[in-house]
Ligand binder design. Structure first.
Ligand SMILES: [Zn+2]
Length: 209
């Protein structure tokens, strides 16, 4: 079940206080139309009743896909404790769910995207880290100052052409300048190649399985 909440929020543009609806959890199996809203970043937005501008409601989110047995949590407060939620999540993990916690909206979308393509997110994360290190290393060579530039590397998709398969990433040091970089699947380690499409490896094995 997807849970909508109401809260009082003041519009950042005209300061008029009003009641807004927002979701703290979505079940995309029961409410598939909400998935598109999550992906487009419009799930938790409201139109101001006074000035008609769009209000972005900042909230954590649980993303639940029963078909793929995935629970993704967007947490905005790393220190928040919610024991009821922890019990539910532990139960799902015991039932073979893949659970991931992320702290940025972009990373939530990335995880949805990875699991929608039935990929092993641990391997994607490892490749992404190698890509990030390569990019940062290459920049060191061309920059005279020693300032460390941090790259964000975010999975996009697997690209297949007649002769090669590549993992494509979006990468940027600043969101205004996004580049695409690709990693040839041939460069993967043997076990990575074997397990890239094995999501079930990420699930806890129940006592009967
Ligand atoms: Zn307003």
């Amino acid at each position: 079940m997807s849970l909508a909440h109401k809260s009082l929020q003041s519009c950042p543009y005209c300061q008029v206080v009003q009641e807004v609806n927002y979701y703290q959890s979505v079940n995309v199996t029961i409410d598939p139309e909400l998935k598109q809203k999550v992906l487009s970043g419009t799930l938790n937005t409201a139109t101001c009743k006074a000035c008609n501008k769009e209000i972005n409601i900042v909230s954590g989110l649980l993303y639940h896909d029963m078909g793929k047995r995935i629970m993704l949590e967007l947490a905005l407060d790393e220190n928040a404790v919610d024991e009821d939620k922890d019990v539910i999540i532990k139960d799902l993990i015991d039932k073979g769910y893949i659970y991931r916690k992320v702290y940025e909206y972009g990373r939530l979308i990335e995880k949805i995207n990875i699991f929608d393509q039935k990929l092993n997110d641990k391997i994607i994360a490892d490749v992404s880290a190698r890509m990030k290190a390569l990019l940062e290393e290459s920049l060191k060579g061309v920059r005279e100052d020693r300032e460390t530039i941090e790259f964000n590397v975010i999975f996009d998709k697997i690209e297949k052409s007649l002769f090669k398969k590549e993992i494509a990433f979006h990468c940027f040091t600043h969101p205004s300048q996004v580049m695409r970089v690709k990693y040839n699947l041939k460069q993967l380690f043997l076990d990575e190649k074997r397990d890239l499409y094995n999501m079930d490896l990420l699930r806890k094995q129940g006592p009967t399985s």
